[in-house]
Design a protein around this ligand. Sequence first.
Ligand SMILES: [Zn+2]
Length: 280
Amino acid sequence: MREGVRIGEISGLVPEGDTIHRMAASLRPRLLGRAVRRLYLRERGDVPEALGREVRSVEARGKHLLIGLEGELNLRVHQGMNGRMRHYAASAAPAGGALPLLIATAQDAFAFPRASQVELFRGKPERSLALARLGPDLLSEAVDLEAVVARASAPRNFGREVGEVLLDQRVAAGIGNVYKSEALFLCEQSPFVPIGSMDRQALQRLYTKAATLMRANIARDRRVTVKLAELRDRPAAPPELWVYRRGGEPCLKCGTPIAMRRQGEAARSTYFCPRCQKVS
Ligand SMILES: [Zn+2]
């Protein structure tokens, strides 16, 4: 594959809602109102029907990126476990080949070398099954947190542990493993209690906290949830996260070693402080 000179790259993090919103924000000024000169999908090759269509919208829906073209042709991208996106001058764009997705205008080209799902479809975004079943996007300005809490506390979730439900994109879109662990810690909430035993205020606090943490990181290329003023001690190099990937290290609030357990059907890692979050 010919590899041109890269102008920029967004990478390094397992994508959660903040990453995809940041990606959408960086794409908008270079795609909106521009005509597509090339759309390449590994599964289909070049897509002639996209040529010449103007890009009408670029948005994040939870962990999905949605690019809307003139004539209700939509492109949905899910980055899986790697949020890499590369930006090239159109003249230096790679050929395509093994790339899951490449989209170019007359000026710029964007490659998604690690996208795990790329879907091209006609019609409203809800025509995509993956988008139709998403809960409200926690980072959208109009997000209705009461609706999110109602979804979380639906009877089918009563027996599920709160740490598992937070990751359920049908309840609220955007939270991944990092913000799950961080929000639970900051709300002093055990990840392992069933939803049915929690009150609505506690659930609303959790989703509000997760949304606030993600929103604070949209403009950054690193995830930071720790506020120095809230630390018990001030280590020389303070960690950026309270608990995530800090298994065995002292809790920054009480000194107890941080623990990790696998949770839910997908056995996702949940980091927590047994003392602050009252886990026995
Ligand atoms: Zn603690």
